[in-house]
Design a protein around this ligand. Structure first.
Ligand code: COA
Length: 265
């Protein structure tokens, strides 16, 4: 499947079960216009619709990326005065990604600033090109990051790191972002594309009910206290024990030459 929306490109690879949403306003370094925010949500909805046609869970991982060498240079500064558009849709695509049932991986190269970094941090994991640059520059406009950037850096890294990024507005390298825990993995030019595909395909090949439960578990971990989080995991564990995919995985573990096929049931 290949669909071109006004400001995103959406692709689904039925062989690997990986979906791709590409932010596609390269002339504006993929800055988040309200159209682009809507098209991210629409792209994810189109990918989710693949499940309806499949026997089981078709969509098993999503890669969110930016066209032509940049992830996203933040909110579209030309739309700043349009407060109402900002306030309603600004929230929606971030929340939609966070609440999307399937794991979403941000593939980050070039600039990843402001709302772009908030978008990447709303994804479940981030893989960066070694030359990617991360920052929260809103302070220079007399603002703070409006979609939870300080909260998310505080959770992924530390409150001190969040204040450093948001108060200085400085850009940091991919390696430093990885040291802080904001980025999962960093690759050089020769490995980057292949490594991201391989990472997404590895996750997409796992039992999808388990990866979806793990996403919810990790989200619970940052939102709830430990006891509530452990109770959630225990309940999910009990449910997963009853699935066909669990039986399939157990069989593959027991039998040497058996290649498991996970169906999302
Ligand atoms: N909103 C709208 N357009 C943007 C944009 C944004 N956030 N960021 C970049 N662009 C546009 C520029 O206006 C320029 O368009 P033009 O060619 O029509 O003039 C184009 O993207 C390329 O940007 P440019 O500034 O020429 O590239 P650069 O390599 O010199 O600098 C940045 C790159 C990212 C450092 C610089 O564009 C920047 O600081 N952008 C704003 C980042 C920001 O503050 N984001 C958060 C907003 S709260």
């Amino acid at each position: 499947m290949h669909e071109e929306l006004e400001t995103t490109v959406v692709e689904f690879d039925a062989e690997t079960n990986v979906g791709y949403v590409t932010l596609n306003r390269p002339d504006a370094l993929n800055a988040l216009s309200s159209q682009l925010r809507e098209d991210v949500v629409e792209g994810l909805r189109l990918l989710e619709a693949q499940n309806e046609e499949a026997d089981g869970v078709a969509l098993r991982a999503v890669v969110l990326e930016g066209a032509e060498g940049n992830f996203c240079a933040g909110a579209d500064v030309n739309e700043f005065s349009d407060e109402s558009a900002g306030a309603t849709s600004e929230r929606s695509h971030y929340e939609f990604i966070r609440e999307f049932p399937v794991p979403v991986i941000a593939k980050v190269e070039g600039y990843c600033l402001g709302g772009g970094l908030e978008t990447a941090m709303s994804c479940d994991m981030r893989i960066a090109h070694e030359e990617a640059r991360f920052g929260l520059p809103e302070v220079d406009l007399g603002l703070l990051p409006g979609a939870g950037g300080v909260q998310m850096v505080s959770q992924l890294a530390s409150p001190a790191a969040a204040m450093e990024l948001a108060m200085t507005g400085e850009h940091i390298t991919a390696d430093r972002a990885a040291d802080l825990g904001i980025v999962n993995r960093v690759y050089g030019d020769d490995e980057f594309d292949e490594a991201v595909d391989e990472f997404a395909e590895t996750i997409a090949a796992k039992p999808p009910l388990a990866t979806q439960a793990i996403k919810q578990s990790a989200r619970t971990a940052v939102q709830a206290g430990l006891e509530e989080g452990v109770a959630f995991d225990r309940q999910q564990f009990g449910q997963l024990l009853t699935t066909e995919d669990h039986e399939e995985g157990a069989r593959a573990f027991a039998e040497d030459d058996y290649e498991p096929e996970f169906k999302g049931r």
